[in-house]
Write a protein that binds this ligand. Structure first.
Ligand SMILES: [Fe+2]
Length: 337
């Protein structure tokens, strides 16, 4: 029965062989012991005997998992863990702390630094292999998620190439939106969602005909209706990505108006998500101040004047718009725009 349960567990936690595991311990015997226990699983085992060496190995070729000793001379495991978890490039690598320390304080400290799991010495082989497999499985899921996200961002770059007149537009809209968001004291998660959502706000334009997207003369009513499908198209592209849940409202609702005369859903006032309201203002500012082949962009000062006149037009959220006008004027005063 125990054997069957183990086999089942192995099946559930099965990960691809060849996963890269870095063992870090100043005691070579400990490194060898773990390495021998993991040998049957055909992992790609790397070894480091001090902190700096571990960091340079991770930098050269990031592993899928790190087994890290805490007590090492010069650079401790705590420091290694802190450095890796503070770096966006290595943050997602699971770290298992392998330690003989039994004090609760040591555990808490390591958890605060971002460690993913613990293995208390002496540990048994099953404990080691089960933890390793389960964390590798999670790492694989993260990697999958990463690749879905990168597909969407690549799509956004494709759009920039396709929509020749608005190159750099999304990046600027993201920058202005984050400035507004900071001024509104949004928290870090909201600012991150705001940045990602505004970078992708026009992603649905990949489904809009090039002839309409790049037309220099006035659009016909049919062409206008076609281009207005882009928020819903963008929503369809991104809706299956769970990690994009909070950016979907920006993609779908960045052309809504406070008075309900926007599209695609005709949302009114507070029905419009906050981040989408910010995006629509930044979007309009960039459209006004950018050059097009058939017209020159106006100055930030002129754009601020237009916004000022439009505060109560029903198009924009007046509170957010006032914040942005102040931002434009104060950066003009500092000579930054
Ligand atoms: Fe748009």
């Amino acid at each position: 029965m125990v054997q069957a349960a183990r086999l089942l567990m192995d099946e559930v936690l099965a990960t691809k062989t060849g996963s890269k595991i870095l063992i870090v311990d100043d005691n070579p015997t400990n490194v060898e012991l773990i390495s021998v226990q993991l040998r049957p699983f055909n992992y790609d085992i790397r070894k480091a005997f001090e902190g700096e060496e571990a960091l340079s190995l991770v930098k050269k070729d990031p592993p899928d998992l790190i087994l890290l000793d805490l007590m090492m001379p010069r650079m401790s495991g705590y420091e290694v863990c802190k450095i890796l978890k503070n770096d966006p490039a290595t943050r997602m690598i699971p770290i298992v702390i392998v330690t003989a320390l039994r004090e609760l304080d040591d555990k808490i400290k390591a958890i605060e630094l971002g460690a993913d799991d613990f293995l208390m010495k002496p540990y048994n082989k099953l404990e080691l292999t089960t933890r390793v497999k389960s964390l590798l499985r999670i790492k694989e899921l993260y990697d999958d998620l990463d690749s879905s996200e990168s597909i969407v961002f690549t799509l956004a770059e494709t759009l920039e190439a396709k929509d020749v007149y608005t190159r750099g537009h999304s990046e600027r809209v993201a920058r202005y939106s984050v400035l507004i968001g900071r001024q509104m004291k949004l928290n870090d998660t909201e600012l991150r969602d705001l940045r990602r959502g505004t970078l992708l706000h026009d992603i649905g334009k990949v489904g809009v005909k090039d002839s309409v997207l790049n037309k220099e003369s006035k659009l016909t009513p049919e062409e206008l209706a076609h281009i207005r499908t882009h928020p819903a198209r963008g929503f369809e592209i991104c809706k299956r990505l769970r990690s994009f849940k909070n950016v979907l409202p920006i993609i779908r609702s960045h052309h809504e108006r406070i008075d309900g005369r926007g599209h695609p859903d005709g949302l009114k006032g507070d029905q419009i998500p906050l981040l989408a309201k910010i995006c629509s203002i930044a979007d309009a500012f960039d459209a006004m101040t950018s050059n097009r082949p058939y017209r020159r962009g106006i100055s930030p000062e002129q754009a601020a004047d237009i916004f000022e006149r439009e505060i109560d037009s029903g198009q924009w959220d007046p509170t957010i718009l006032k914040i942005f006008i102040d931002l434009i004027r104060s950066s003009l005063a500092k000579g930054q725009t």
